[in-house]
Design a protein around this ligand. Sequence first.
Ligand code: NAP
Length: 314
Amino acid sequence: MLRNRIGRTDLLVNPIGLGANAIGGHNIYENIDEAISKKIIHTAINNGMNFFDTAYFYGLGRSEELIGEVMKEHGKRDDFVIASKASYTFVDKEVVHNNSPQFLTQSVEESLRRLQTDYIDLFYIHFPDDKTPKAEAVGALQRLKEQGKIRAIGVSNFNIEQLKEANQDGYLEVLQSHYNLFNRTAEEEIFPYVEEQEISFIPYFPLAKGLLTGKYRRDTPLTENQKKHPLFKEDAYFINLEKIDELHKIASEKKCQVGHVVLAWYLTRKPIHAVIPGAKTPEQILSNLQAGEVQLSEAEMAKIDRVFKGSFIH
Ligand code: NAP
């Protein structure tokens, strides 16, 4: 079975994981069906996927609860590598991030309860806050690691200065941030630093809201909401589709799909050891898993690099 080690952690994962923000993510997407959410996780685990990326914020605990239920039904905790995250709190319905050691410690306890487990494989600070010294926040996660409550330490959405501050004691093992073929900003300063520090980089939004699966064509009807998104706004959208045409050519030569080529390309980047595309159906899981089998030639990698060079659309 396909397994990659995440950086210098002892976590062995199928490099194609599941981003679980649509699993019970009622606060993120409309019409979430929890029976389908559970079926997605069962399909994933029964087909060799073992890496699940969740967070308190996804459904305000519901994503973790559903993963916990499936883990119980499946019966083998070791078959799952679970990443979760905390920092979100709400004050008068406004989001306020909290990285205090006390809050992170309490959050890990609450995630353990929702997941019905006694350890979490990877725990991230979801967003930096304005108050807590970063090394102090990461120090709290290091203590939880020493107690065996978490197995690896991550941060998410930290910029390069915040990352350096957070890694003062060398405890950081994973950074999760926005990165895809349309937003390669992380390559400028983040990639060199994480490579030097042996920190693994997990890109989020790898499929750019589904655009990088190749399922959108010039005549695909878009919703009003989609049309407002920078990736789908008229001029940018048609330029993006021209770039994706090049991916279609590569995919058809390799007899696979555009999304497979895209996910496989990320895995050729040095600090990236796993990807976590989201999925809304079991069929999407089965399709995304096929990306793990795709090998790109040097020429194909270079072509994709060239076509998407300088893409910084958010
Ligand atoms: P994404 O992976 O770029 O896109 C996922 C979407 O693409 C799916 O919901 C689905 O949407 C479509 N899709 C996926 N596989 C497909 C397939 N095989 N064929 C056709 N369409 C397919 O975006 P994301 O899910 O928002 O991000 C991935 C994960 O990153 C999240 O689930 C979450 O775990 C994590 N994340 C983390 C942060 C953070 O702050 N740390 C922020 C955002 C996300 P449709 O069916 O609707 O097209």
